[in-house]
Structures are given as C-alpha cells and as structure tokens.
Write a new protein. Structure first.
Length: 251
DNA sequence: TAGGCCATCTGGTCCT
DNA sequence: AGGACCAGATGGCCTA
C-alpha cells in the first residue's frame, strides 16, 4: 500500500500522505481504474453490492469521470477521517504512562484504549484516596486548633500535596524498590497534568503484563511532586476496580 | 509461515 | 444531496 511505503519502520499510524500527488500511482487505484475500464467489479463477492437506494441509482447516471471523481473524493474524506482518528489515538498515547521512543514499540490501538481505561480508573481511585487524606488532615486541624502541630514547619508544600509527598517515598522505601522509582524529576511539571509518557524515559514493561494488570504500573514509575502516584505501591486499586478490569480483559 | 496490526477502499446507512 | 460514520474486504508489513 502507499501508506506502508510512505511510512517509516516504526509504522506510524498517521502517515504523511501526499494524497493528491501519489494516489494515482496507487496499485489499488490503478486496479480500480482497470476494473472500471473492463466493466468488471473489483470484488465479486461483496454482500453489499446489491446496491439499493437513491444514491446508487443517481451514481449510475453519472459519467465515468464523474464517478471516478466522486470515488476519489469519498476515499480522500475517509482517509482524512481515519487520520484524524489516528491523531487522536496518538494524542492519547502521549499522555499514557508508557515509554515512548524510537526503540520502543508503539502501543496498538486496542492496547492504547485498554491502557487508557485502566489509567483513568487508577487516577480516579487516586483522587478519591487523596480527598480522603485531605479530609483527615483538615479534620485533625480543626480538632487541635493548630495547623502547625499537624504540618511540619519546614514543609513548603500545599496541604493537598502533603499526604502523597510523604506517603509515596515511605511506601517505596518499605518495599525497597527505590532503584525503579526515581525520586525527583529534573523537569518541572504542571501539578495537575499527568506525566507525559515521553517524559517517563524508562524501559517499557512487557505490554501484556501492563495491560492485564494495572498494578504493574509500579515497575519503573516515577514520583512527581504534588501528583498522585499511580503506581501500585502508592495506590492499590480498590477491589471494585480490579473486578471491573478483569471483566474487561476477559474477552 | 501464521497471526497480529494496520491503512485503504468500498458500499450502506444515518444525519443535517 | 452531501457528508459522516460504520463495517467488511483486501493486501502489506512485522514478529514469534
């Protein structure tokens, strides 16, 4: 196909297409033209070729050239539509906690969707947990009438970040997996945006493992100041989420 | 070589 | 009527 010829080895899902200039060298289009010349249908066993409806009849009245132009236009629109879809898919891949790069195989579409779903579930549970912790902190504050006793004086972090900042490293030190969890990133991130996968320059875990078990996101995940850590050690998924996941992956 | 993934073409259907 | 959306078919590339 022309798209395969124009794409590089990493199988971009949104290949740069010079549609108008290259399309007429397309084998499929040449076959299409040849078929139209000979009057032979391109696919003799199409179940939908029975062709009923006003549009089909109207097309029968068109000249060969008009029909060809119409086909090219429709094909081009469909191609653009699929490219837009692939662009959106690429955008989704960019925000997934998964390594990217020339040496890393790109997530397939189905994998991207499944991983995105798990990621959303995980972030949701992180948010719920954070809300609970913040509520606990403020509850303690109101009882003791003194925030300074609750918050360490040297801490400059906002109260909403404290639970995660203090919990995550301690959790990881308990398990002793600090080699895989780099403590501090060297690049500042927006506090409310998820870490882009491009920033997470770690080797990708085996894809099937990651997809089958969202808890395995812990292997090789970094902690970000002020961000909920989605790794399994910091944020174990609730049982309901796990069951949901197993349902979706049962296939 | 089989199977997975993908891009593209194509006709039908639905919507504006 | 035209465009968007969808699903089936087809063929190419890549990997185990």
């Amino acid at each position: 196909m022309d798209s395969d010829a124009s794409s590089t080895c990493s199988r971009s899902s949104s290949p740069e297409l010079a549609v108008d200039s290259s399309f007429f060298s397309n084998k499929m289009f040449q076959a299409y033209c040849a078929d139209r010349e000979t009057g032979q249908p391109r696919s003799e066993k199409s179940p939908q070729s029975a062709g009923s409806g006003g549009k089909t009849r109207a097309r029968a009245d068109l000249s060969k050239d008009d029909l060809q132009d119409l086909r090219l236009k429709v094909n081009s629109r469909e191609r653009k539509r699929m490219h837009d879809l692939n662009q959106a898919m690429d955008g989704l891949r960019e925000v997934m906690p998964y390594a990217q790069g020339p040496s890393v195989r790109k997530l397939s579409k189905i994998s991207t969707l499944l991983l995105a779903r798990n990621y959303i579930l995980m972030l949701s549970s992180s948010l719920e947990e954070m809300k609970k912790l913040v509520g606990d902190v403020y509850g303690a504050n109101s009882q003791s009438h003194s925030a300074r006793r609750v918050l360490p004086p040297a801490s400059a972090a906002p109260a909403s970040q404290l639970p995660l900042l203090s919990l995550a490293p301690s959790l990881h030190s308990l398990v002793g997996s600090t080699s895989q969890h780099t403590s501090t990133p060297t690049v500042a991130h927006a506090p409310h945006s998820p870490p882009s996968a491009a920033y997470l320059g770690f080797p990708a875990p085996p894809l099937p493992t990651l997809l089958k078990d969202p808890l395995h996101l812990s292997s090789g995940y970094r902690h970000f100041p002020g961000m909920p850590c989605p790794c399994s050690l910091c944020q174990p998924l609730p049982a309901s989420t796990a069951s949901l996941h197993s349902l979706s992956m049962g296939k």
